[in-house]
Design a protein around this ligand. Sequence first.
Ligand code: IPD
Length: 267
Amino acid sequence: MKDADPMQLRLLAAEAVAREAGALARRRFLDSSFKVAFKGPQDYLTEVDGETEELIAARLHAAFPHDGFIGEETAGRPIREGGAVWVVDPIDGTSNFARGVPHFCVSIACVLEGAIEVGVIYDPVRDELFAARRGGGAFLNGAPIKPSEATSLANSAVEVGWNMRAGVSKYLDLLRRVALWGAAPFRTGSGALGIAYVAAGRRDGFVEHHINAWDCLAAVLIVKEAGGYVSDFLAGEGLAKGNPIIACAPGIKDALVSAVEIEGIVL
Ligand code: IPD
C-alpha cells in the first residue's frame, strides 16, 4: 500500500479536531456558565479558550507527537528545526464569545519550512468549515470557494481589524482611508472569519495594522488557495510576533494597497 501523504493526514486531522473543539466551544457558549477575564484592556479571555486549546493540543500531540505547537493561550511545545508546527487560535472572536455574540471560530494552521501547508477554520454556530491545503484549492463545507469579482473600492466591503496593539490613531487612519476611497468599512471581531469571508466573496477585503499568526494563518492560506491576494504575512518575524495584513479580491489589490498605505507591510 502507498504511504499516506503526511500533509493530507494533517489536513484531515485539523478538520476533525476543529469540529470537535468547535462543538465544545459551542456547547459552552450556549450554556454561558463560563468565567470571563481580561488579559489587558479590551483583551478578553474566557475559561473556554483554555479548555478548547487543551483539547486541540492533546489531539494533535497524540496524532503527531513530533510536531511543534504555538497556541494563543499557552506557551506551546518546542519547535524542531525543519519540523511541522501547528498554529492555533482555540477561539478567534473571543470578545464576541464572551458577550454572547454568535460570531467566533476555531482556527488551526500547519506550517512547514516557512510555508503554510494546511489551514482550517470552523464556525460552530453556523456549522461552516473553511479548509485549504497548499496547492489544493479552498473549500467551504466541501464546496470550492472564490473571492468576489470586485474591481473598484467604491463598490467594496472591507473589514478593518481593530486591536489595542497598533494604537488608536493608526486604527482611525486606516478606517478613514478605507472610507475615504469609497469602500464600506466593517468590523466583526474575528480576524480569522473576516479573512476567510474574503476567500468566499462575502467581503472584498480585510486590513489590519497588526494581527497575530494564530488569528490569521489558516485564513491566509484559505484566501490564497481561493485565488485571492494576501500580503506576505510570514515575512520577517511574522510567525512569532505578527505582522500587518491586507487580504482582498484580486481585482481591488492595487487600489486597496495604495489606499491604505500600511507602513512596514511586505506585499
Ligand atoms: C482578535 C480578533 C480581532 C482582530 C485582533 C485579534 P481574539 O483575536 O481576531 O478580530 O482584529 O487582531 O487579536 O482575541 O478574538 O482571539
